[in-house]
Each structure stands twice: as structure tokens, then as C-alpha cells.
Write a protein that binds this ligand. Structure first.
Ligand code: CTP
Ligand SMILES: C[C@](O)(CO)[C@H](O)COP(=O)(O)O
Length: 379
């Protein structure tokens, strides 16, 4: 690799025991996307990424792994995971390497750039943040004394190094388990320059940190709501398709496609949230290609478009309006089917129904109407 290449090692092999939640924190959802996906976003386009995963997690999320040039099994502690990543990069010999915690998804471009720039003049550089609270030593739940904080900073990542220097330092290191790579660099006598850290570049560590990270993200979140409405008339047949589920009924629904009125309303709600027109614009009824089409195609298109534009569908709610068929027995299957098509969790999908008290066209059982709302978030 050219000497100016900046490779990144992202260590994601921890178990996140302090954060709890049943799933290691880097795989958990933060405002609609996995923590690890957000961490990878921060380093996209910089240079090759070596992603260090717990052996049990390799293959867990192919779409995330596809974003890294290398996948490497981690070790028993953070230092061992970093070492594994560096050894994997050794053959490619990049000029500089950034080492970053997967658990710090909110790192900003300016922090990364400052670390890289400092490496032009120093063998190592890392972000540190001034301590603005007093520090106490604690004994038996009581304050034992105040610790001077002058000259202390809080260590963050990415920590950056000239590649050959940090690889050699890790190979030589024999001390107790190192808290970070700056400790390893210092044990090897490397000069480490300090660059400004950022309060938002928090390490997700305890259970409350997810809410804090979401609050930080919330400051520049783009939250959209869209709604959709659709109607299809009853006609001859023995079943209807509703929210992707085939429901036996004495009549069918008439339409150019499979007439899945609930799925059409939801598809329009997603297009609406993005201000991308409606289902008819994307799949014109005049086009014979869509005659008899499964509505799954339409919903998958809208959900894909949302992903491409960086939105997560964080919630949707479909209401079917009809006297019959009864929706309750099928609602759970409908939620699961819609969630599968949109590639989101069923917990984010609601399907419910109401009658119109025998009033109007739905009351006279001339057809079924559906309304839907979708919430999309980009952060
Ligand atoms: N054997 C390990 C331990 C930690 N890490 C990574 O190092 C970073 C910082 O570690 P920490 O916050 O301590 O994460 P965990 O070890 O997962 O947390 P815990 O100690 O609560 O289990 C995380 O991105 C974590 O995935 C790693 O790659 N390999
Ligand atoms: C590397 C680090 O993020 C610097 O602050 C930190 O030392 C890792 O955290 P851990 O909880 O000690 O693993």
C-alpha cells in the first residue's frame, strides 16, 4: 500500500457486558441502525478498514462485514483484538493506522482528520478531552479526598499511529493488559501528540448510554412522517390479499395488481415521507408489467429507496377499514410479513382494523379502505 494510505482497525469483539441488553452493544440498534454500522460510516472512504469481530459474530451481519476490507477474529481483551487487527494489516503495510472502538459510533470527521494530520509530525496522536468536573477518590462509598485534575484529560479514540511503529510496539508489549494503544505506544517510548477530543465522541459503556447517544444524534435527526390512503372494490373471488397475507373471503378485491389495499397505503406513506410521489408514479397502472403483480414488489421498492437515501423506517401503522373479513386473527401474520418485506423488526409495524359502523361504501361491503402512516428517520 502507498505510504500515505490510512488504514483503520475497528475493534468490535467485546461482549458489552456493562451495557447489558442481551446483545453485544455494537450490534444493538441506535436510532434505527446498528451501532457498528454507524461507526463504519464515520470511516467510510478513508482507506481500508479491518473489522475485528468476536469469533461467534463472524457471519452475523453480512451487509456490515461487506463494508470492511478485512474481517479478523478478536482476542480475549481489547489489546489482543487490536493486535490481531494490526497483524492482519501487516502484509499490506499502510503508512498510518487509526485504531477505533466500535463502541464510539458518534466520532466526528474533525476528530479523525485532526488525528491523521498530527501523524505527519508525530509517530502517534490521540484525542483527549479536558476534565471539567472535580475528581474525588472514593473509599467505602464516601469521598476520601480530592484528586488534582490539572494536566489530566479523558482518552478517546481513534488513536492514530505510524503503522510500523505501533505494530512493533504491540509485538514488544509485555505489561499488564493495556487500557488503550497509547499505553502500548508509550511503553515503546513513542511520542503521542494530543488533539482535541469531543464530548459527543462518547464510548457506549453502560445501559444509559444508548439513550444519551440517541439524544446526541437527535440534534441533527431528520424525522419524516408520511401517510397513505387506498381503496379497492370487492369483486368475484374467494380470497383477498391484505398486508401480504392471503385471507379466505367470499369475494376478492379488484385491482390492476393483487389489490393489496393495506400494502398500497403503506407504500404510499413511505413515498410520502420522502416526498417521492406515490405508487402510481413508480408503477403506472397503464404499464402491463404490473398487471397481477404482487404488491410486495412495491413495498420493497419504497423501503429500498428509503435505505438508499439514508432513512430508517422506524415505525408504521396500517388501519384496514372493513366490516369483513375479520382482521384480528391475521394481524400478527400481517405485521410479520410487512416487517419482512421492509427488513425491519415486527415491533416497529402495527396493523389494526376498524369497521365504519355499516356506514358508507365500506359499511355496505362494497370494498375495503386502508390508511397508513410511516415514520422515517435519517441521522
Ligand atoms: N476482547 C475485546 C474487548 C473489547 N473489544 C472492543 O473494544 C472496545 C472498547 O471496549 P469496551 O467498551 O470495554 O467494550 P466491551 O469489552 O464490549 O464492554 P464490557 O467490558 O462492558 O464487556 C469495544 O468496541 C469492544 O468491542 C474488543 O474488540 N475485543
Ligand atoms: C480505548 C478507550 O476507549 C480509551 O478511552 C478505553 O480505554 C477502552 O475502554 P475499556 O472500558 O477500558 O475497554
Amino acid at each position: 500500500m502507498p505510504a500515505q494510505t490510512v488504514a483503520t482497525v475497528i475493534v468490535a469483539a467485546g461482549r458489552g457486558l456493562r451495557a447489558g441488553g442481551g446483545v453485544p452493544k455494537q450490534w444493538r440498534d441506535l436510532a434505527g441502525r446498528p451501532v457498528l454500522a454507524r461507526t463504519l460510516d464515520a470511516f467510510a472512504g478513508l482507506g481500508p478498514v479491518c473489522l475485528v469481530l468476536h469469533p461467534d459474530d463472524i457471519g452475523r451481519a453480512p451487509e456490515i462485514e461487506a463494508r470492511a476490507e478485512m474481517i479478523v477474529p478478536g482476542g480475549a481483551d481489547r489489546a489482543a483484538s487490536v493486535r490481531a487487527g494490526l497483524e492482519a494489516l501487516a502484509a499490506t503495510s499502510p503508512g498510518k493506522v487509526l485504531i477505533h472502538d466500535a463502541a464510539r459510533p458518534l466520532v466526528m470527521a474533525e476528530t479523525i482528520e485532526a488525528v491523521i494530520a498530527a501523524l505527519d509530525h508525530h509517530p502517534a496522536a490521540a484525542p483527549g478531552l479536558a476534565i471539567t468536573d472535580a475528581l474525588w477518590r472514593v473509599a467505602d462509598g464516601h469521598v476520601g479526598g480530592t484528586v488534582p485534575r490539572e494536566g489530566l484529560v479523558r482518552a478517546q479514540t481513534p488513536q492514530g499511529f505510524r503503522f510500523d511503529s505501533i505494530l512493533a510496539a504491540h509485538r514488544r508489549y509485555e505489561g499488564p493488559s493495556a487500557a488503550d494503544d497509547v499505553a502500548v505506544a508509550q511503553a515503546a517510548g513513542l511520542d503521542v501528540a494530543l488533539v482535541p477530543g469531543h464530548e459527543d465522541n462518547m464510548k457506549i459503556t453502560g445501559p444509559g448510554d444508548f439513550a444519551r447517544a440517541a439524544r446526541i444524534l437527535g440534534t441533527d435527526m431528520d424525522v419524516r412522517t408520511g401517510n397513505g390512503f387506498d381503496v379497492h372494490a370487492f369483486g368475484p373471488g374467494d380470497h383477498v390479499w391484505l398486508c401480504g397475507v392471503k385471507v379466505e373471503h367470499g369475494q376478492g378485491l379488484v385491482g390492476h395488481s393483487d389489490a393489496d389495499v393495506g400494502m398500497h397505503a403503506l407504500t404510499d406513506a413511505i413515498y410520502g415521507a420522502m416526498a417521492h410521489g406515490d405508487i402510481g408514479q413508480h408503477f403506472p397502472p397503464s404499464d402491463p408489467e404490473w398487471k397481477g403483480a404482487r404488491s410486495e414488489v412495491f413495498l420493497a421498492h419504497a423501503a429500498d429507496l428509503a435505505r438508499v437515501e439514508g432513512f430508517a423506517v422506524t415505525h408504521c401503522d396500517v388501519t384496514l377499514i372493513c366490516e369483513r373479513p375479520k382482521i384480528g386473527p391475521h394481524a400478527q401474520a400481517m405485521r410479520e410479513e410487512l416487517a419482512r418485506i421492509m427488513q425491519i423488526e415486527p415491533a416497529r409495524v402495527s396493523v389494526k382494523a376498524t369497521t365504519s359502523e355499516r356506514l358508507g361504501f365500506t359499511g355496505r361491503e362494497e370494498g375495503i379502505a386502508a390508511i397508513a402512516t410511516a415514520t422515517l428517520v435519517k441521522s
